[in-house]
Design a protein around this ligand. Structure first.
Ligand SMILES: Cc1ncc(COP(=O)(O)O)c(C=O)c1O
Length: 315
């Protein structure tokens, strides 16, 4: 069993073993949550003998935009950052599913919230399997914590400090015996899960809350838009969702880099639709899995191969 601490990571401009990637106890980001991160999955395909990073450049694009909200200006373009991540995977020789975690953070060891413009950047990639087993459907619960409001802390920002909201929601959900939390926003509409976006199927349409309902603008969410429209010919609508609609819709599922496409079969102990995994959810889940493993040529544009360049078909 390899020691995880031997994993090579990118840390402040160098590749070092994880055990050497240390920060000072007074680091600004540790005290004030002033970091911006990403989560990127890579899937190993045995058939192709390739590891595909999923929508890697989009993740870095989002990360760069989000960094700007905190006044952090990363220099490297998204393409270079995607290649840096692929290089880390090659250096570690990973031939398994992985999760990559880029993190920019205010790095000065000092007391006081006022930023001094100094930040550092790390990328850690580790082997990573199933985040939450949703194969039989999840039981989700609406928690009492509300999703962050944009005028207090940008929900779209993937800012470290904002994840205390997700931690509180997850803790409450688990304490009540649920697998996953659903958060409402201040206006009482459904926002999202603790670390994932939410979709429902109602009257044959796929519906999901708009960004203005304080969601994180998920990249998996946009992948699902594409799959639903192109492959299922379904109408996808972004609109606010009432809490009670979750109790009378046909299907609910969650999406995210970590959770992938996770069916929700009960909410607050009430069965969703039939109480079994619905047909639309099952279909999208399968399509997504095929696409990210490189098995559908039309979606090769989503993938960044780590070991060999891929011939990408233009659409
Ligand atoms: C709060 C939150 N919402 C939604 C998502 C889903 O986003 P993505 O599909 O880009 O992983 C995530 C995960 O990154 C998240 O942390």
């Amino acid at each position: 069993m390899p020691d995880m601490m031997d994993t090579l990571v990118w840390f402040n401009g160098r590749t070092v073993p994880l055990r050497e990637a240390q920060i000072n106890i007074l680091t600004h980001a540790l005290h004030y949550g002033t970091g911006v991160f990403e989560g990127i999955r890579g899937y190993w395909s045995q058939d192709a003998e390739e590891l595909f990073l999923v929508r890697c450049e989009e993740h870095y694009q989002r990360w760069k935009t989000n960094c700007r909200m905190l006044g952090i200006e990363p220099e490297k373009p998204a393409e270079e950052l995607a290649e840096l991540t692929a290089e880390l995977i090659r250096l570690n020789g990973f031939r398994t599913d992985v999760y990559a975690r880029p993190l920019a953070y205010m790095s000065s060891p000092r007391i006081g919230v006022r930023p001094d413009g100094k930040f550092d950047f790390a990328v850690i990639a580790v082997p990573f399997g199933v985040y939450i087993d949703s194969s039989k459907g999840l039981h989700a619960g609406i928690v009492s914590w509300r999703r962050l409001e944009d005028h207090a802390l940008p929900a779209r920002g993937k800012i470290c400090g904002a994840y205390v909201n997700s931690v509180l929601a997850t803790t409450e959900a688990h304490r009540h015996g649920y697998d996953e939390a659903i958060l409402l926003n201040e206006s009482g509409h459904v926002a999202e899960g603790a670390t994932c976006n939410l979709f429902m199927v109602r009257h044959g349409r796929l519906i999901t809350p708009p960004p203005s309902d304080n969601i994180l603008e998920g990249i998996t969410r946009t992948s699902i838009f594409e799959l639903a429209r192109r492959e299922l010919h379904m109408e996808v609508i972004e609109r606010s969702i009432d809490r009670s609609e979750l109790y009378c819709c046909d299907e609910v599922f969650l999406t995210g880099t970590a959770v992938e496409v996770a069916p929700v079969t009960r909410i607050d102990h009430i069965p969703v639709g039939s109480g079994r995994i619905g047909a639309v959810t099952a279909h999208l889940r399968e399509l997504y899995s095929q696409a990210v493993h490189g098995r559908i040529v039309d979606y090769h544009t989503w993938l960044h191969p780590c070991y060999q360049p891929m011939h990408v078909h233009s659409r």
